[in-house]
Design a protein around this ligand. Sequence first.
Ligand SMILES: [Fe+2]
Length: 320
Amino acid sequence: MEENPPTRQPNRRTDLLGVHSLDHFSLTVPDLAQAESFYRTFGLATADQGSALGLYTDGHPHRWGSLTEGPAKKLRHLSFGVYADDLPRFERRLERLGVPRLAPPPGADGDGLWFHDCDGLLIELRDAQKSSPDEKSRTHMPVSPPGVRCAPLRDETTEVRPRRLQHVLIFTRDVNRVVEFYARTLGLRLSDQAGDVAFMHGVHGSDHHLLAFAGSDRPGFHHCSWDVSSVHEVGLGAMQMADQGFHAGWGLGRHVLGSNYFHYVRDPWGSYSEYSAAMDYIPCDMDWTARQHQPENGFFLWGPEPPKDFAVNGESDQWA
Ligand SMILES: [Fe+2]
């Protein structure tokens, strides 16, 4: 068995085997130049990496996303970071569970473990630095003393630059089945569930969710979410995108499950990038109690009604 006696290490549950981070996501998109324009306007840094476009945030060496060109937008794989000495333990776990190992896809770097999830989505486990936060993200509410204007003039505002990837939400054919799969294989834990939407966190200190699922008739990518420092930045980010023609989306609002303030911007392929602030945090030494909620009670606390097509999965079910 993989359970060990608990010992204390910062941001590591040595009594549990689980991934520590969502390392990166990989998408194909129909036009890399269009992708570069969208994500740069969003406030990310991009880098040409051969045939791929890497997504970065300022002051952070980590690559959060990798995009390649293809006939349509499609989620190619999700990669999760694990502690180096856990990799062989994961290998044994996958073998014991009868999850077949796969060869790395063409162009993949590293010596990760590759396999399919229960929907056929390609998953990698790799030895990586922990890129999920070790503490709750610091957020602030800009205020000024009496007699001083707090808000900058429009032409004095600085560009919103997200700090890191916070989470990804993907579509799945069966939410309960996929939650069970990711718990059993990756050691993720259910944080909360509302109808056919479920949120999972890592056991080594994690945001309320680093991965979320929504029910659909096929797999697909719904959104990536990026941490910013304030509700002010969530709103400014929305304006930053609208000023460049990216008006469509949903927000400003506040989610219930995760508690984050949000604004989603629709990307050129019908999925979304989310500005997110003040997400709940689940410390490494805490066992969060997962709860089931009514969908109407757990989706959002306040904000405009979401667009009618917000939860539409526009992705083809062909994984090739
Ligand atoms: Fe989100």
